[in-house]
Design a protein around this ligand. Structure first.
Ligand code: F0G
Length: 459
């Protein structure tokens, strides 16, 4: 038996990636205002910015693309996708959307009005933003253990059911048009939610007649964790686990760019017929006719195929073990990480590596840039650049608890050797951590500054 996950695929098409020199990267960073979003991808060696839409499609998916039916309405490709969505997710109605946030936008447009509140274990920033854009408030009610990066628990994405119940009573169910849970919890380390917790969350929402919608982007990875970690599921297939999981909910939003194994696509499912009628009208305004929803026929085909590949037992075991391999190697190299590793990414604790950089000088950004400078690796900053904000009453800056760097793993893209290269680079940066400097912002936009801000090193 191998002691490492072996790719259950072989490579038929290759895309060259090129290493740059350190001097070139120094220049590239200056030109990019030290913002990795601005560095041309051609000059990134290993791109771990996100696992969203960055995966490799299979030969079956590419073949399916050629079968795409580009008819405007009721294309054959729509029915291919409908079949997969019905069999896996089980909801009565569904519409395609061009990606996850489009599904959120359509759903909240018809459900959320000013003054409403939407609870979640933890909102991802697009669900948060789309709720706020409708005049609503987004509330995170995850169990406290999620806030401790070192704490070991099998389902660190779980909702705190007592907090949820108390919150609904204090707010009044009439102000809560829907309740959510995100699987896996991306904003909190890619941690899974247990079946028992999903069932209890559904029961709580339903006791107050609140529809329960799952943010399902990484549902397949979540199902795998349930199969591996929750009593009673070891002998169940991923399909059976997915069927049970979604049977507790009234609908879901899906960014298919993750566990749908496609580069673009998403969908929205519901059971309620009246709600579906409203969704269709909104979709026609924003995305397109309800059988294509902003996608080409070929995209629908690739997704229909990708959904089945995404729940394949061999693929999923490899996927989650591949992530765990990176996590374990990083830990062995002395990197402090969020425990236990989640499904799609490894999160490194930048504060622990760079204790000499104070939060106003952005330790997670400093680590993110050091990884690029050292090895051409692009990661995502999840710290004070993304999450520090001014208290509206006092004007005092409030810093987030954690300064993390996310190494997201694109699906079926990088091999074990690529991961080993990442580990060696991180190790080198840790060994020379004293030399890493903090940064200051020289320009920032009013909203979502991490995408476009410009920085310079603090001398
Ligand atoms: N929900 C979650 C939990 C997500 O992680 C994302 C995207 C979305 C919704 C929105 O989906 O991008 O298709 O519109 N997450 C990406 C990431 C961007 O890098 O984690 P989308």
């Amino acid at each position: 038996m191998p002691t490492f996950p072996v790719e259950p695929f072989r490579i038929k098409v290759v895309e060259p990636i090129r290493r740059t020199t350190r001097t070139q990267r120094e220049r590239l960073l200056i030109n990019a205002g030290y913002n990795l979003f601005r560095v041309p991808a051609a000059h990134v060696f290993i791109d771990m910015l996100t696992d969203s839409g960055t995966g490799a499609m299979s030969d079956h998916q590419w073949a399916a693309m050629m079968r795409g039916d580009e008819s405007y309405a009721s294309a054959r490709s729509f029915f291919e996708l409908e079949d997969a969505v019905k069999k896996i997710f089980g909801f009565k109605y569904f519409v395609p959307t061009h990606q996850g946030r489009a599904a959120e936008n359509v759903l909240f447009a018809v459900m959320v009005k000013p003054g409403d509140v939407v609870p979640n274990n933890m909102h991802f920033d697009t669900t948060f933003g789309n709720i706020v854009a409708r005049g609503g408030r987004a509330e995170n009610l995850i169990a406290d253990i999620a806030n401790d990066p070192a704490a070991e628990a099998p389902f660190k994405g779980n909702m705190d059911i007592e907090k949820l119940d108390a919150f609904i009573r204090a707010t009044g169910p009439e102000h809560i048009p829907l309740g959510m849970t995100t699987i896996t919890n991306n904003a909190g380390g890619g941690q899974p939610v247990s079946m028992a917790n999903l069932r209890a969350t559904a029961e709580t929402y339903h006791r107050y007649n609140i529809p329960f919608i799952i943010d399902a982007c990484r549902y397949a990875e979540n199902c795998y964790f349930i199969q591996q970690r929750e009593a009673g599921y070891a002998d169940k297939s991923i399909l059976a686990i997915a069927n049970e999981l979604f049977s507790y909910a009234d609908g879901c939003t899906m960014s298919a760019k993750k566990d749908g194994l496609v580069n673009i696509g998403g969908f929205l499912c519901v059971n309620d017929e009246d709600l579906f009628t409203k969704i269709q009208s909104e979709l026609i305004l924003r995305e397109g006719f309800p059988t294509y929803g902003g996608l080409a026929g070929r995209d629908l085909e690739a997704l229909a195929c990708g959904l089945w590949e995404g729940i394949d037992a061999d693929y999923l075991a490899y996927r989650v073990e591949h992530t765990r391999y990176l996590a374990e190697r990083l830990e062995a190299a002395g990197a402090p990480i969020v425990r236990p590793p989640g499904g799609h990414a490894v999160y490194i604790d930048a504060k622990a590596i760079l204790p000499h950089i104070p939060q106003p000088q952005f330790p997670a950004l400093a680590l993110n840039l050091a990884l690029y400078l050292e090895g051409g690796i692009r990661s995502a900053e999840i710290g004070s650049v993304s999450f520090a904000h001014k208290d509206p009453d006092t004007g005092v800056m409030i810093y987030p608890e954690l300064e993390l760097v996310r190494l997201a793993i694109p699906r079926r893209v990088y091999t074990q050797a690529h991961l080993d290269y990442v580990v060696e680079t991180v190790k080198h940066v840790i060994e020379h951590a004293d030399a890493v400097r903090g940064y200051r912002i020289v320009w920032e936009p009013p909203l979502m500054r991490h995408f476009t801000a410009r920085y310079e090193p603090v001398s």
